[in-house]
Design a protein around this ligand. Structure first.
Ligand code: SF4
Length: 376
């Protein structure tokens, strides 16, 4: 099995001003001392890591990375540059949330080499933002977006959420048109998923309470297709199930996950894939602060595991999985391993094949989880 010649770096900042009602990410509020101690621990973890391969992308995610002082972000990037061979043209992204960034942040981010922003809008409708428990208004988002443009950011992604409680096509269209009128280079649009343990789960998961105002499966699919078609009309290429980009602006970092490239994760709960070994850092803050290289869930992938990942991650990309790439990576024909399953999925209308590539059909995107499960 061939391993990646390049790698990506992910840095997790687990802090948020307040927890949103639907969120089960590893994130929580913390004070300035905790921010400082955390960045120091991150720097120790980075110092303890070695990898000679060129780095093609860096992604600082969370949580809300913009809630910590921008000087901490600069410190983290300096440390990464000291330790790794970050390519001159590397994509360096930071996630920011409206209401937590201003001109000073953008200035320091630019000087630190960050060249891509991912802004969490979620909705342009005030009532939906309130329902989600977001800290910002649409006006806050506009201020953030224009502030980023003024600071020189020419690669901006905007996150939207769809299939929100009570959402209909006109509300979603409003959010989509507001976003597209700003011409961001990239849009991510994920359907809401009820996660156990969140206030949203308590409120909506139990039939007979508010559950009937959650869009049903058919409405969720209609909102998905509305999103896809509207964004296509506005010039966005649908390149991954939930991601859309102006030509040439596909997220290189996220694409590297879907194409099975290696990445190293830094920070609380951050996952890594490194030369066939998958692991993640501890999710316990006290443990991380005491031992920033504390790894858990270490799994050595067999060749068959890696093939399976190549299929179910690669099929998330609309361009699909290339038979040639599969052969180059594993030295085996794709059809020799999965031929029967592929024939069955093609006969069911869930997969299609053209120009040596295997990809999801429209029906296949509706039943994506089922298709992916066939390769596990
Ligand atoms: S800002 Fe994002 S990470 Fe933070 S609580 Fe809200 S959804 Fe979760």
């Amino acid at each position: 099995m061939k391993h990646s010649e390049k790698t990506g770096l992910y840095v997790h900042i687990p802090f948020c001003l307040r927890k949103c009602a639907y969120c089960d990410f590893l994130s929580f509020p913390a004070d300035a001392d905790t921010h400082k101690n955390y960045v120091n621990a991150l720097c120790k973890q980075i110092d303890a890591t070695d990898d000679p391969r060129p780095v093609a992308s860096v992604y600082i995610g969370g949580g809300t990375p913009s809630v910590i002082g921008p000087e901490w972000i600069d410190k983290i990037l300096c440390k990464l540059k000291d330790r790794f061979d970050i390519s001159g043209d590397a994509e360096i992204t930071i996630e920011v949330n409206p209401g937590t960034v201003g001109p000073e942040h953008f200035k320091i981010y630019r000087e630190a080499g960050i060249n891509r922003l991912s802004i969490g809008l979620q909705s342009a409708n005030e009532d939906e933002l309130k329902l989600l428990g977001r800290i910002h208004t649409y006006a806050d988002f506009l201020k953030t977006f224009h502030g980023a443009r003024d600071a020189g950011f020419d690669n901006i992604s905007v996150d939207l959420m769809t299939a929100l409680p009570g959402q209909d096509a006109s509300e979603l269209m409003h959010s989509l048109s507001c976003v597209c009128d700003l011409y961001p280079e990239h849009v991510s649009a994920y359907s809401l998923i009820l996660e156990e343990g969140t206030p949203f789960y308590e409120r909506y998961a139990d039939p007979g309470t508010d559950a009937d105002i959650l869009p049903d499966e058919e409405t969720e699919r209609q909102l998905y297709y509305l999103t896809r078609d509207y964004l296509a009309d506005r010039g966005y290429v649908h390149y991954e199930i939930s991601n859309f980009a102006k030509p040439g602006y596909e997220s290189r970092h996220n694409s590297s996950y879907w194409t099975g490239q290696d990445y190293l994760g830094f920070g609380l709960g951050a996952a890594s894939l490194n030369r066939g070994v998958r692991y993640r850092m501890t999710r316990d803050l006290a443990v991380y602060l005491a031992d920033p290289d504390h790894r858990e869930e270490i799994t050595v992938l067999s060749e068959r595991d890696a093939m399976s990942e190549c299929m179910f991650l690669g099929l998330r990309m609309m361009r699909g999985v290339s038979e040639r790439d599969f052969y180059d990576m594993f030295g085996t024909e794709l059809t020799d391993i999965y031929g029967e399953e592929i024939d069955r999925l093609i006969a069911q209308g869930l997969l299609d094949k053209a120009d040596g590539k295997l990809f999801l059909t429209e029906k296949g995107t509706d039943f994506g989880n089922y298709v992916f499960s066939r390769f596990v």
